[in-house]
Write a protein that binds this ligand. Structure first.
Ligand code: PEP
Ligand code: MN
Length: 263
């Protein structure tokens, strides 16, 4: 169902009135984790100022260590929704448990399925049964073929409002947190009709590489970019090394706006 051979025209995903996949290039920005109302509101303000309309933030955090901050859960979704309503933004947040999806859809405009859950087939089926856009991230060590099959799980349950997100894969290279597989973008665009975003924060894990990798992603045909922004990354409860602060995000957008297709 996701194959370009079955459906030659692009799937356009509509999130709170904004289209993704129609040739325009979009942005998703926000903190790694929702930490407080004030923290999310500070980011939402600059996100809005920059013309970005999708606000991200993790409430259920899939952390490598059980001793790291696990997210605020439902309270995090409530904070996100409150801030997004105040700034007229759409909410995108990761859900990790199929049992949480039904409640989550009252708070989020896009259900994110994270890299660690790309092959959580029960989660994929549950998200596929919803009438809500889904953003599916590529698994840490998933091939493009496995990624496409995971997408098929969602669409085969009836939900065609699906966005794919390349977020880097694990390789032997340690200079970056993951290796951004930039050629996955045109391959996914050729093989499927789904929109493709590139997450520059989790692929590089390096603040100094966000602008050049975002430029590469836009140039190679990505439908949009995801990046993390925090009012004070040094004290962030997760991904402290790679989130941008607010002036850095403003500069990031300044560099990218002239080279991307905005409406
Ligand atoms: C995230 O976007 O918050 C995240 C955890 O990313 P990934 O699943 O790509 O590691
Ligand atoms: Mn993060």
């Amino acid at each position: 169902l996701v194959s370009r051979k079955k459906k030659p025209e692009n799937t356009i995903v509509t999130v709170k009135g904004e289209t993704i996949g129609d040739g325009l290039q979009r942005f998703v920005a926000g903190p790694c984790s929702v930490e407080s109302y004030e923290q999310v509101a500070a980011v939402a303000k600059v996100v809005k100022q920059q013309g970005v309309r999708m606000l991200r933030g993790g409430a259920y955090k899939p952390r490598t260590s059980p001793y790291d901050f696990q997210g605020l859960g439902l309270e995090g979704l409530q904070i996100l929704k409150r801030v997004a309503d105040e700034y007229d933004l759409a909410v995108i947040s990761e859900i990790v448990d199929p049992a949480d999806i039904e409640t989550a859809v009252e708070y989020v405009d896009v259900i994110q399925i994270g890299a660690r859950n790309m092959q959580n087939f029960e989660l994929l089926k549950e998200a596929g049964a919803m009438k809500k856009p889904v953003l599916l991230k590529r698994g840490l060590a998933a091939t493009i073929d496995e990624f496409i099959n995971a997408a098929e799980y969602i669409v085969s349950k009836g939900n065609d409002q699906l966005i794919l997100c390349e977020r880097g894969i694990r390789t032997y290279e340690r200079a970056t947190r993951n290796t951004l597989d930039i050629s996955a973008v045109p391959i996914l665009k050729q093989e499927t009709h789904l929109p493709v975003l590139v997450d520059v924060t989790h692929s590089t894990g390096r603040r100094d590489l966000l602008v050049p990798t975002a430029k590469a992603a836009l140039a190679i045909g990505a439908d949009g970019i995801m990046a993390e922004v925090h009012p004070d990354p040094a004290v962030a409860l997760s991904d402290s090394a790679q989130q941008m602060d607010i002036p850095q995000f403003t500069e990031f957008m300044k560099q990218l706006k002239p080279i991307c297709n905005l409406n």
